[in-house]
Design a protein around this ligand. Structure first.
Ligand code: AMP
Ligand code: MG
Length: 501
């Protein structure tokens, strides 16, 4: 069967390319010598179209390597700029990715389908345009874990080995990821045109984003301010949700921040083990710019760059007026983040929902702050700490006592917590907490183990087992005991992540 002639997805549409000429370069993916399907996401495929999950592997590997594209694909590399570690780079763009098109999924949501690692583009800047098996599978795994945790994210539809080597510090097997995103428009996409003084392009892009992601904004008089407000809210929510599961993105450059509010680009990311707001794992983040605890202020910094691109289209002759309006919206970021953070932490603690109000009370905030203080001081494994607290609701305080060894402190905390639980039956509290606090996250040592086996030995079984565990993060399975346990402190102390290019 000729792969390019089969309909594997609903019809491709190309609203980005159709409505935003001048925002991309058109080109075909580079052919690869020996595509081999490593992983196919049948659950996501089912979301995309009725028969997408039934794609035979020999066709899937042709399609998802870019060797044979459906006739209605129109591959494009998107232009964008970005601040990388605070320094502005006026041209980045898809240096190794191609957007094939957009589909309307089973829920009527528009989703981008893109290849990543499909060869050089006009934006490659000397790079080889390729990706290696390890980073491709890392992105696949972490994206699925985030999705299962209920966190907005781009997702992987497929991972295909290319049969050729890519040269990094050593030769590594190459691969291509198929990425599904609600769009690939980044803060850096706005910056690309703003930096060139192309105000009309910024306006066209803003109009496109409003129509695609924030149609409510078109119904109010100041639609671009409304857009800014909505993006600020989305990001405040996203960062709170990352932090509530201990996630560190690792490279929050403005080109890695979507305007849709989905997490994108799983390079040097990691999940924290012992709770420490200063945690940094990225080998290139020497100053700790993207440390766990800096993520809210960095998100605000990125959003300020976004706001700057919108200033000329806010409709004021007087630029000071535009700045003050935008600043007023940016000022809502940290309070919104805090509300989301405390609200999420309240749920994680199993505290009852308030009638008529979502906000946490002062007593609850104090309890939450003190819990985080306990976690920090006793270097408690972040994920286990919450799960063992759920056990404490069930009357078993031994597990938590093994992590917080000062019994007086622990008992004092538990007494205050019990008071705020306000008589809700403890079995109900424990059940709610176990549905909110994951037991399985992609722990760094397990991720490394799985990627090494896949990349060095072609053995995908550790990857598949881990993927299975993190795809059901809340339900404990006794057979998966070791997936719930932290790495040795020595492993974590020495753990470094790499950008994964
Ligand atoms: P990232 O660090 O993955 O967010 O990428 C930053 C920029 O570098 C983007 O413009 C990427 O397209 C580009 N890039 C990363 N890796 C490669 C590569 N191997 N070849 C070409 N461009 C790349
Ligand atoms: Mg990127």
């Amino acid at each position: 069967m000729n792969a390019s002639s089969i309909k594997f997805l609903p019809n491709f549409e190309h609203t980005f390319a159709d409505e935003l000429p001048g925002f991309f370069a058109s080109l075909e993916p580079t052919q690869v010598p020996k595509p081999l399907l490593l992983q196919f996401n049948t659950a996501l495929a089912k979301e995309l179209g009725p028969d997408c999950d039934k794609l035979p592997p020999h066709i899937a590997e042709q399609l998802f390597s870019g060797n044979a594209l459906p006739p209605d694909a129109q591959p494009i590399a998107q232009a964008y700029a970005g601040h990388q570690f605070g320094n502005f780079v006026p041209q980045l763009g898809d240096g190794r990715a191609l957007l094939l098109g957009e589909v309307l999924d089973q829920h009527g949501q528009r989703r981008d389908i893109a290849l990543k690692g499909s060869g050089v583009t006009p934006f490659s800047r000397g790079g080889d345009g390729k990706a290696a098996v390890g980073p491709v599978l890392r992105e696949y795994l972490i994206g699925e874990a985030m999705h299962a945790l209920g966190i907005p994210t781009t997702r992987a539809l497929a991972a295909v080995a290319t049969g050729e080597s890519v040269i990094r510090e050593r030769q590594l097997p190459g691969a291509i990821l198929t990425r599904v995103a609600s769009s690939h428009i980044r803060v850096g996409t706005f910056q690309y045109f703003a930096a060139r003084g192309q105000v009309n392009s910024v306006r066209d892009l803003a109009d496109y984003v409003i129509q695609r992601h924030y149609p409510e904004a078109s119904e109010v008089p100041h639609c671009y301010l409304a857009l800014l407000k909505m993006v600020v809210e989305k990001q405040a929510n996203l960062i709170a949700r990352w932090m509530l599961v201990g996630f560190i993105h690792g490279v929050m450059n403005t080109d890695n921040m979507t305007v849709s509010g989905e997490t994108i680009d799983y390079g040097p990311c990691a999940f924290m083990e012992a709770y420490d707001p200063n945690s940094v794992f990225s080998s290139i983040d020497h100053a700790g710019r993207y440390a766990y605890g800096n993520q809210p202020s960095i998100a605000l910094w990125n959003l300020s760059r976004f706001a700057e691109t919108l200033l000329p289209i806010l409709g004021h002759e007087d630029s000071e007026k535009a700045v003050s309006e935008a600043s007023e919206i940016l000022d809502t970021f940290l309070p919104t983040f805090q509300t989301q953070w405390y609200d999420g932490a309240r749920k994680k603690l199993g505290l009852p929902r308030h009638q008529n109000a979502n906000n946490t009370s002062e007593a609850e905030r104090n309890l939450i702050d003190d819990w985080f203080e306990l976690l920090t001081r006793h270097e408690v494994d972040y994920t286990l700490g919450w799960r063992y607290l759920a056990d404490a609701a069930d009357g078993n305080t031994c597990n938590l006592g093994s992590l917080i060894t000062n019994r007086t402190e622990l008992d004092l905390f538990l007494a205050r917590w019990n008071e705020l639980l306000n008589g809700v039956p403890t079995s109900e509290v424990a059940r709610e907490m176990r549905a909110t606090n994951p037991i399985y996250i992609p722990r760094n040592h397990l991720v490394e183990e799985a990627l090494t086996a896949a990349s060095d030995e072609g053995d995908l079984s550790p990857f598949e087992k881990l993927l299975q565990a993190v795809s059901h993060p809340f339900s404990e399975d006794v057979k998966l005991g070791r997936f719930a346990l932290p790495a040795s402190t020595q492993f974590t102390a020495n753990y470094r992540t790499f950008c994964g290019t």
